[in-house]
Design a protein around this ligand. Structure first.
Ligand code: SF4
Length: 246
């Protein structure tokens, strides 16, 4: 039987296969921790910004703040985010606004054309598995077509991550399938630090992707869902169930 998974599923599976099973397959909870919640709320606001730009409208910073607050304070009922009180909520909100200001200032000066926002794709891995996801942003720059990923996390995006980021490899592969050519540039924009990194993807990167996706598929088919204890357990929403796993 053909199986379809998202890139988020694969990341969840890599993070901890038991957590993936409990939250994505059994769906015992949809609660998100503060870090994941901030990421989702910020990226929804960023998508809103770029969709408007695609429609020829440049939103003000106040529009972005309002959109983010509506998501963050639950008025849009999009996410179930678990926070430790109002102080943490406000602190994270200020963090988000600072990042949105960085992005907004940058885009005021940017003359590049927006080609696509959240472009859906499906990449088959053999006959039995398809991975679906989106290319967040494609711009037309003086160098040609550019895949852009906006990062908001604190973790260092060092050479290891630049070379092995599975999402970027998948997007590069999907871009080739859709546009029948390689992306001319791939840019990672970190709006927390305000810097950009350019990446490349080659055939050898696609080989790594194919091999690891196939192995994850095999593990899922075999039902190999086991706890992968790490510092991430501190904020895991299924910690209590996991403790009883035997
Ligand atoms: S508590 Fe840790 S090991 Fe258990 S499911 Fe959550 S992430 Fe996995």
């Amino acid at each position: 039987m053909e199986q379809t998974v998202t890139l988020t599923d694969l990341y969840e599976f890599k993070r901890c296969s038991l957590r993936f099973k409990l939250t994505k397959v059994d769906k015992v909870t949809s609660v998100m921790n503060a870090k994941d919640g901030l990421h989702e709320a910020l990226h929804s606001t960023i998508n809103y910004f770029y969709y408007a730009m695609l429609d020829g409208k440049f939103l003000s910073m106040n529009d972005l703040k309002e959109k983010f607050s509506n998501i963050w304070y639950g008025e849009m009922d999009l996410y179930d985010i678990k926070l430790n009180g109002n102080q943490e909520k406000r602190k994270k909100e200020l963090e988000a606004i600072e990042m949105l200001q960085t992005l907004h200032r940058k885009e005021q000066r940017n003359k590049d054309e927006i080609v696509a926002v959240n472009l859906d794709f499906r990449v088959p891995f053999g006959k039995e598995l398809t991975v679906m996801d989106k290319i967040p942003l494609i711009r037309k720059t003086s160098r040609g077509h550019e895949i852009v990923n906006i990062k908001t996390g604190k973790q260092k995006y060092d050479e290891f991550w630049q070379r092995t980021d599975m999402g970027i490899t998948l997007q590069a592969l999907a871009f080739e399938g859709i546009f029948k050519k390689q992306a001319d540039t791939i840019r990672i924009e970190n709006i927390r630090r305000g810097d950009s990194t350019f990446l490349e993807r080659k055939r050898s990167d696609y080989q790594r992707l194919y091999k690891s996706v196939r192995m994850m598929q095999k593990a899922m088919q075999e039902g190999w869902f086991y706890p992968n204890e790490s510092f991430m357990c501190n904020s895991c929403p299924v910690k209590n169930i996991c403790m009883e796993w035997r």
